[in-house]
Design a protein around this ligand. Structure first.
Ligand SMILES: Nc1ncnc2c1ncn2[C@@H]1O[C@H](COP(=O)(O)OP(=O)(O)OP(=O)(O)O)[C@@H](O)[C@H]1O
Ligand SMILES: Cc1ncc(C[n+]2csc(CCOP(=O)(O)O)c2C)c(N)n1
Ligand SMILES: [Mg+2]
Length: 315
């Protein structure tokens, strides 16, 4: 049985690069060199087996997803990802599982320009905490609090696929080529989209808890209300066929697990925002508008608003 130090050396240590890591894996702390004059954006997310992902999911997807959900928070602020730390708790040191887990994690590190600069390994029930560090020019962060009455609401990508994929998994689907299962287990954090919208959007949030729940956070932070256009919601292709009309709408509004960005934009900025995201291959759909009247209108009251830990709420 390999020791934790052997595991770190084998799976979580990579060649030093020109990445601002002054001291990486191997000492009590990691030393990082941020770009002079830039602001650091830092966030942590924990992924727990059978809470956030099925414990028996492919190890590649578990590694990939654990980083993706943290990067989604950097995307929501418009930050450029630089570094991450991983706190890994494992029931056993099974090498074939770890090799696949590390392959998934490093694959997303490579495509998102992130260096794994340190972490922690312990033995226990499977969970992965990933801290990410990104950079922003001062004053450029996209916050939840900047939305104004009169702004339009827009969302990247499509809605409901994450929850549709969870349901598909529960019904026995195991093929990661299934678009719904991929949306759930291999979500694509909207990093470039967040950066592209930095000087256009007035506010942004990622909608991991569900569109309604996270819209509520944005509205409360900005002191506005929202009118949603239910017909405009971009449901993930195949969702209605899998879940039926009612559950598909519930999945899109309250299912969660969609790592898309919800943004507010002045109406005159929509065209340019669409153009920029189109060059990235990311659709941007206007789904409503903001007003000074508090509350969220345009959707049935009966819809569960989103995931709550300690309640386990889902449609
Ligand atoms: N244990 C904690 N100690 C201090 N601050 C916390 C703690 N847990 C959460 N927060 C803060 O509360 C706010 C909301 O946290 P939450 O984890 O819901 O973030 P989120 O971005 O809304 O969700 P997600 O990470 O799923 O995107 C964040 O600013 C976070 O930093
Ligand atoms: C196996 C399994 N069961 C249920 C869910 C649904 N779920 C769990 S946590 C969460 C919100 C985001 O979490 P957090 O707020 O901690 O970032 C959602 C929608 C899932 N993903 N996997
Ligand atoms: Mg978030």
């Amino acid at each position: 049985m390999p020791s934790e130090f052997e595991l770190i050396a084998r799976y979580f240590t990579r060649q030093p690069g020109d990445d601002g890591v002054l001291l990486g894996v191997g000492d009590d702390c990691t030393l990082l060199q941020p770009t002079p004059g830039y602001c650091l954006a830092v966030s942590v997310d924990t992924s727990v087996a059978d809470v956030h992902f099925p414990g028996t999911a492919p190890a590649y997807a578990i590694g990939y997803r654990a980083l993706a959900v943290s990067l989604s928070d950097l995307a929501a602020m418009g930050a450029t990802p630089r570094w991450c730390l991983m706190a890994l708790t494992l029931p056993e040191a099974e090498e074939s599982w770890l090799a696949e887990f590390a392959r998934g994690f490093h694959a997303l590190c490579d495509t998102s320009g992130v260096t794994l600069a340190g972490g922690d390994i312990t033995c226990g029930d499977l969970s992965i905490g990933v801290t990410v560090h990104g950079e922003l020019p001062p004053g450029m962060a996209l916050r939840r609090s900047g939305a104004r009455a009169g702004d339009v609401l827009a969302v990247t990508g499509s809605l409901g696929g994450g929850h549709g994929g969870l349901r598909a998994w529960q019904q026995g689907e195991r093929d990661l080529d299934d678009p719904l299962l991929a949306a759930y287990l291999l979500p694509q954090p909207r990093i470039e989209a967040g950066q592209a919208l930095r000087d256009l959007a007035t506010a942004a949030i990622d909608i991991s808890d569900g569109l309604l729940a996270d819209l509520q956070h944005l509205c409360e932070a900005s002191g506005v209300g929202a009118e949603l256009d239910r017909e405009a919601l971009p449901l993930t292709p195949g969702l209605v066929e899998r879940l039926g009309d009612t559950d598909a709408l519930h999945a899109a509004l309250g299912g969660g697990d969609d790592y898309e960005l919800l943004v507010s934009l002045p109406p005159k900025a929509v065209k340019e925002a669409r153009r920029r995201l189109q060059t990235l291959g990311v659709p941007l759909t206007v789904i409503g508008k903001l007003s000074s009247e508090s509350g969220i209108r345009g959707v049935p009251d009966s819809i569960p608003s989103g995931w709550l830990h300690f309640h386990g709420e889902a449609p």
